[in-house]
Design a protein around this ligand. Structure first.
Ligand code: HEM
Length: 454
């Protein structure tokens, strides 16, 4: 029996070694950086998703700041080199074509902003900015965001609140209601369930067999299309007017941004996906956490918001001018942002073979001691210096032609949440929490705060 186990182990070792070697040889090319390709089909996806930044650190210590791997179903060159990252982000169009993981492209749609280039990208981006850009925020979106957040944060005195849950509700529900207002409450629950499957599938291995996240994401995408198509047909059949983004998309027949049905639906996926975890967990929740841990910063931020309240009647909403006056809040924002969980990948026709991707890993940049002294100290004051915000290595909202079009909208939502939360309440953490930071930021059991009146 022991002998059998021994030979079994030897055999398993030999097969594993042969498979790893075979996969490595399969992807060997001239002028590619060093690195390992992992297992056939799966590559190193499990290590990448499980260990994230530590995986990058380990591999770059072994193979250099630019190395190769196989993640999320695609051979990939990972760049942690900030000079190269900046070059890539700023040079779309000069032989560099942006791309995203296959699974993300499949569930988010072929006409999604992330999937299109050149003039098609300009067109889709223009349409998106007409929906979520500064003009739309000032005229339509801000009053609605203010009203919802005021109601959401009402009556929390004496309660234990899961900030993670509320931040998600704030980011997703508000975005959803601004897209589809009239039918929102009727379909919200079913829609959100399907959308969560799409979001999970976006960062998964593209294996299309029943049971996989990817398969479920594709099914959920179809179900969402059904829901949207039904609403569109009902609206077209009725004479009622609607005042939301969907109405703008459907009724845009005479405007310069006239979209096909597929493009409209993909825009909806984009707004919901891109403004979801970035706004909710990555910033709002992390802001509350950091402010709790740094009373001096909280005090300065609170003073800024109390000064705004003093200029207003008790229930008067805040507006664009108030938001623009929140200089410390905007600075605090810069330190607490966790970059997008989605990947920026690009293919270069010079060094990287066709079909490969480059993963531009900018996350560690915020922690570079050369660029930012004491990078691990929560120090919003350093961002009050404007030159830092416009620093050439600052990719908090991406860079170049792919700079985040939802930057102001995202910041407005977080700033409004902070405004009502810090002027109405103080808060205490109920328990110590563990924050998972990759591939998405998450506190597995939520961030529970004991809230009392300020
Ligand atoms: C505070 C929250 C936000 C942060 C920190 C953030 C951050 C970023 C970053 C770093 C990128 C570049 C990503 C890359 O190159 O892969 C980006 C792109 C993008 N963001 Fe945001 N974002 C936020 C909110 C939003 C919101 C609310 C929307 C809603 C419309 C949005 C829509 C997008 C889109 C569509 C892109 C892709 C742009 C393109 O390819 O042209 N973001 N964002």
């Amino acid at each position: 029996m022991t002998v059998l186990v021994f030979w079994g182990l030897i055999l398993a070792f030999c097969i594993s070694f042969a498979l790893l070697k075979w996969n490595d040889l399969k992807y060997r090319r001239k002028r590619l950086p060093r690195g390992t390709m992992g297992w056939p089909l799966f590559g190193e996806t499990v290590d990448f998703l499980k260990y994230g930044p530590d995986f990058m650190k380990k591999q770059s210590a072994k193979y250099g700041s630019v190395f190769k791997s196989h993640i999320l179903g695609c051979p990939t060159v990972i760049s942690t080199d900030q000079e190269l990252n900046r070059y890539i982000l700023m040079n779309e169009g000069k032989g560099l074509v942006p791309g995203y993981p296959q699974s993300m492209l499949d569930v988010m749609g072929k006409t999604n902003i992330a999937a299109v280039h050149g003039s098609a990208h300009k067109f889709i981006r223009g349409s998106l900015l007409s929906l979520v850009g500064t003009a739309a925020i000032k005229d339509q979106l801000f009053p609605d965001i203010d009203k919802f957040i005021r109601i959401l944060t009402n009556n929390w005195d004496g309660k234990t609140i899961d900030i993670q849950e509320k931040a998600i509700e704030m980011a997703f529900y508000v975005a959803f209601r601004q897209i589809i207002e009239t039918e929102c409450d009727l379909i919200y629950k079913a829609f959100k369930e399907e959308f969560d499957k799409v979001a999970t599938a976006a960062l998964s291995l593209p294996i299309n067999i029943p049971g996989t996240n990817y398969y479920q994401g594709l099914q959920a995408r179809k179900n969402i299309h059904k829901i949207l198509r039904q609403i569109m047909e009902e609206r077209r059949a009725s004479r009622k007017t609607h005042n939301d983004m969907f109405a703008e998309l459907i009724g845009n027949e005479k405007s310069r941004y006239r979209l096909t049905e597929e493009q409209m639906f993909d825009q909806i996926f984009t707004i919901l996906y891109s403004g979801y975890e970035t706004v909710s967990i990555n910033t709002t929740m992390m802001a509350i956490k950091y402010l709790h841990d740094h009373p001096k910063a909280l005090q300065e931020l609170r003073e800024e918001h109390l000064a705004i309240r003093e200029r207003k009647k008790p229930d008067e909403p805040i507006d664009w001018n108030d938001y623009k006056s929140m200089s410390f809040t905007r600075a605090a924002f810069a330190v607490k942002v966790w970059p997008h969980s989605k990947m920026t990948c690009m293919c270069s026709r010079f060094l990287i073979p066709k079909g490969w991707r480059i993963y531009v890993f900018t996350r560690e940049l915020n922690y570079d001691p050369v660029l930012y002294p004491e990078p691990y100290t929560f120090n919003p004051w350093r961002w009050l210096d404007k030159s830092l915000e416009s620093h050439s290595y600052c990719f908090l909202f991406g860079a170049g032609g792919r700079l985040c079009p939802g930057k102001e909208l995202g910041m407005v939502k977080v700033a409004t949440f902070l405004h009502y939360f810090v002027t109405k309440y103080r808060w205490e953490e109920v328990e110590e929490v563990e924050i998972l930071k990759f591939p998405r930021v998450e506190i597995p059991n939520g961030l529970h705060e004991r809230v009392s009146k300020y």
